[in-house]
Design a protein around this ligand. Structure first.
Ligand SMILES: [Fe+2]
Ligand SMILES: [Fe+2]
Length: 199
């Protein structure tokens, strides 16, 4: 079974776990998600990891496409973009602003406790890839020296704390940026950092 499939079934993108943390995060950021279309997005936005041979490589980065198509077919092109642009990398590649789902997704990562995240990431085989990639992407002063020291650790708990610190800081800086017009064009320099935290 490929790592992407394992991730969606019992890894950090588990369909049984991750959508509920995204819902909690959305509640914290924007209030309770009463719109049922949001709940569909919470459940489908990472389904595209199914069958992917990697999480951070070119195949993994296209994981947004399936969920976007589902939302586009079920609802509207705006909902498709809302789902596609939950990835900062994807949003930047198409010249759009990351969506509110992106912020909720990042906060969901922060909210997921280490005692749950690390065993799931280890069981699915994601952990090694995440630790390798996140420490390789520390360029351009995006990460503080303290965060970097944690990210370079070979201990998963320490590495995870570093990534959560960085993500919390990014969220504080950007939580007011994501306006309702999630499809508006956004210059690349406004997109912020591109250190993805897969969630
Ligand atoms: Fe995702
Ligand atoms: Fe997610």
């Amino acid at each position: 079974m490929r790592v992407g499939t394992k991730s969606v079934i019992f890894g950090v993108h588990s369909i049984l776990v991750h959508p509920f943390f995204v819902a909690c995060a959305w509640s914290s950021l924007y209030g309770f998600p009463w719109d049922p279309r949001l709940w569909v997005a919470f459940f489908v936005h990472d389904l595209g990891y199914l069958t992917r041979p990697n999480m951070e490589g070119p195949e993994g980065q296209k994981h947004v496409v399936l969920g976007g198509r589902i939302m586009g077919c079920l609802f509207s092109p705006e909902w498709q973009d809302f789902t596609l642009c939950h990835s900062r990398h994807w949003a930047e590649s198409v010249g759009k602003r990351y969506s509110k789902l992106c912020l909720a997704d990042k906060l969901a990562f922060v909210l997921t406790p280490a005692w749950l995240y690390i065993p799931m990431a280890r069981l699915s085989g994601e952990l090694r890839e995440y630790m390798r990639v996140s420490s390789e992407r520390q360029v351009g002063g995006r990460v503080s020296s303290f965060e970097l020291s944690l990210l370079k650790s070979r201990y998963p708990q320490v590495w995870l704390e570093g990534l959560k610190l960085y993500t919390r800081r990014w969220l504080e800086q950007h939580r007011n940026d994501s306006r309702n017009c999630w499809t508006e064009a956004c210059p690349q320099h406004l997109q912020g950092q591109i250190l993805e935290t897969r969630s």
